[in-house]
Design a protein. Structure first.
Length: 254
C-alpha cells in the first residue's frame, strides 16, 4: 500500500482521463490520495472528487500562498467557514512562496500564521508550501512551535541543515519527483535522514519524476520515487511503501 500525501487530482489537466489515471495509480499500489486545497475556486472540484472517490481521497482545506492577493481576507474566511462546517484531514497547502511575486509577503505571513493557529485549535496537521522562503517559513514556525504543531513540509527541496530544522518542528519531509532529478540534490543527503521522517508525494500534475520530467505528473508515477528511495535507503520497495504509509498515518490520523 502506497500513500500519495499530496496530489491535485481535481486539476483540469486530468479532466479528460481522471478515472483512468486514478485506476492506473491503484493498479500501481497507490490506495490513499491526500488532496491539498488552493483557494475557493477549487473547492467544488475537491468535493466532487470526494463524492466520486469516497474511499480513496482525503481532503485538506487551506489557502495556498500564491493565492494570497488583495482579497486574501475573503479567501481566509472561506477556509474558516469550511473548517467549521465539516471535517478535513489537514490544513494545507499553506505557507510562503516568494518565487513568483514578493508583493504580498506580509499578507502571506499573516495567512500562514492564521491558518497554523486554526490547525492547532482543531488538532490538525499542516501541509507547508515553501518556495524561495525557507527563512520566512522558519521564522513563523519558530513562534508557533510546540507539541500541537505538526505536519508535512511538502515538496522538500532544501539542504540537510534545513531538513533537520524542519523535522525539529515536528514536520515530515514530503519527498517526490525532485528526488529523482539529476540536479535535485536532496538525494545526496536523504540517507542521513531517518526514514521515519519521510512521506511520499507526487504533487501531480506537477513535478513529474524522471523519466517523465517535463510531462504531466500523475499518482502512479510515485513508484519512481519509491524506486529512488530503495536505492538511497537500501530497503525493499515494499518496506519503503509500508514505512512511508505508516508515517502518513502518524500525520493524518487515518
Amino acid at each position: 500500500m502506497i500513500t500519495d500525501t499530496h496530489t491535485h487530482l481535481y486539476s483540469s489537466q486530468f479532466d479528460e482521463d481522471r478515472n483512468e489515471m486514478i485506476q492506473r495509480a491503484k493498479d500501481a499500489g497507490v490506495s490513499r490520495f491526500f488532496i491539498p486545497a488552493i483557494d475557493s475556486s477549487y473547492t467544488e472540484r475537491m468535493f466532487d472528487l470526494e463524492k466520486n472517490y469516497p474511499n480513496d481521497v482525503f481532503l485538506m482545506m487551506g489557502l495556498h500562498p500564491t493565492s494570497v492577493k488583495e482579497n486574501y481576507q475573503e479567501e481566509l474566511a472561506h477556509v474558516k467557514e469550511w473548517l467549521d462546517k465539516r471535517d478535513f484531514y489537514a490544513i494545507g497547502e499553506i505557507g510562503i512562496d516568494l518565487y513568483w511575486d514578493k508583493t504580498f509577503l506580509p499578507q502571506q505571513q499573516e495567512a500562514f500564521r492564521t491558518q497554523i493557529q486554526w490547525a492547532k485549535e482543531k488538532k490538525l496537521p499542516i501541509v507547508i508550501h515553501c518556495r524561495d522562503a525557507f527563512d520566512e517559513i522558519f521564522e513563523v514556525l519558530e513562534t508557533e512551535k510546540g507539541a500541537n504543531l505538526f505536519g508535512i513540509f511538502h515538496c522538500f527541496t532544501g539542504t540537510l541543515e534545513q531538513a533537520k530544522k524542519a523535522i525539529s518542528y515536528n514536520m515530515k519531509l514530503g519527498i517526490g519527483g525532485v528526488a529523482t532529478f539529476k540536479n535535485g540534490k536532496i538525494d545526496q543527503f536523504l540517507n542521513q535522514i531517518d526514514i521515519k521522517h519521510i512521506v511520499l508525494e507526487t504533487d501531480s500534475p506537477y513535478l513529474a519524476p524522471t523519466p517523465y520530467r517535463g510531462k504531466r505528473n500523475e499518482s502512479s508515477y510515485i513508484t519512481q520515487v519509491v524506486d529512488k528511495l530503495v536505492d538511497i535507503y537500501g530497503l525493499t520497495f515494499q518496506e519503503i511503501s509500508e514505512i512511508t504509509t505508516e508515517n502518513s498515518k502518524e500525520v493524518f490520523g487515518v
